[in-house]
Design a protein around this ligand. Structure first.
Ligand SMILES: NC(=O)c1ccc[n+]([C@@H]2O[C@H](COP(=O)([O-])OP(=O)(O)OC[C@H]3O[C@@H](n4cnc5c(N)ncnc54)[C@H](O)[C@@H]3O)[C@@H](O)[C@H]2O)c1
Length: 278
């Protein structure tokens, strides 16, 4: 929260005070971290998710925003998504912020990926974000104001891992869509940016560790953390802080970027430098 000027007489206003935000995947993980950050800073938040986790998430969010709501919707349902954003806009008269975090992540060898698996990825990870942007932008254009934040990944944009062809393809596509939308709607005062997380401690990450080692998933988590220059995974609160920055007017002149959020994981080292940090 930031203080207003002297005229405010002690009144505190958040960085997104009175803004209307819709957050896909806002029921857990980084989407929930983003929803908390926005609600704490004064936004009216609606979170979209598929599971009952959304009910508890909305209860938690109401500590900061009495109007917080959970809508059960599959992001791959284009018509359903449009109806949700239209309803939010009808209730508040606008949509200012769309944070798009809903996504799935599972490894599979390329030669084992069948059409159903690929379609599932494209429909949720890519079309889900497309649908959210498509549903939100007309409302933003009407008011000549909008902030869109798409969760992409370092995977598929900056780095690549075996078993991640379907995932990487969707995350690369999200970055391409983000840049194209930023260009198309810059004159409408709508900023469109992506966040490129590295390894963040979320239910998705924990599911991945359990798939890799069902007996001792914590050992996988520790081994991964040890390889990160900052020696730890990111948190959902830190992800929320990044989403808040891209959702508020502190980033008014920032558009079309992929903000890397990875504890230094993608920093290349000079081969053979031989330096061991203390
Ligand atoms: N966790 C990481 O390390 C990491 C790294 C890079 C990128 N990401 C990306 O960041 C985003 C958030 O990841 P997370 O780790 O917080 O995930 P998570 O699994 O912890 O949470 C994902 C959320 O998306 C929702 N969701 C999934 N499919 C949906 C659908 N079809 N319709 C509606 N909601 C749906 C879930 O209900 C949940 O709320 C994802 O797009 C993910 O690909 C995560």
């Amino acid at each position: 929260m930031i203080e207003t000027g002297k005229g405010g007489e002690g009144l505190r206003r958040g960085r997104v005070e009175g803004k209307v935000a819709v957050i896909t995947g806002g029921t857990m993980g980084m989407g929930f971290g983003s929803a908390c950050a926005l609600a704490r800073e004064g936004a009216h938040v609606t979170v979209i998710g598929r599971s009952d986790a959304g009910l508890a998430a909305a209860d938690e969010l109401r500590k900061y925003d009495e109007s917080a709501e959970f809508v059960r919707m599959d992001v791959s349902d284009a018509k359903g998504m449009k109806a949700v954003y239209d309803e939010v806009a009808a209730k508040y008269g606008k949509i200012d912020i769309a944070v798009n975090a809903a996504g799935v992540g599972r490894q599979m060898r390329f030669t084992d990926v069948d059409e159903d698996f690929l379609d599932m990825y494209l429909n949720i990870n890519f079309k889900g974000m497309w649908n959210a942007c498509h549903a939100a932008i007309p409302h933003m254009v009407k008011r000549n104001y909008g902030k869109i934040v798409n969760f992409s990944s370092v995977t598929g944009v900056m780095v690549a891992d075996p078993g991640m062809t379907a995932y990487s393809s969707t995350k690369g596509a999200i970055m391409g869509m983000t840049k194209a939308l930023a260009s198309e709607f810059a004159a409408n005062n709508i900023t469109v940016n992506a966040i490129l997380p590295g390894m963040v401690d979320t239910p998705m990450a924990r599911r991945g560790f359990a798939e890799s080692d069902p007996v001792n998933p914590d050992a996988i988590a520790e081994a991964i953390a040890a390889q990160i220059p900052m020696k730890r995974m990111g948190t959902i609160e830190e992800a929320g802080a990044v989403a808040l920055f891209l959702s508020c007017d502190d980033s008014a002149y920032v558009t079309g970027i992929g903000l890397v959020f990875d504890g230094g994981s993608t920093l290349p080292e000079t081969p053979g430098s031989g330096w061991e940090p203390a």
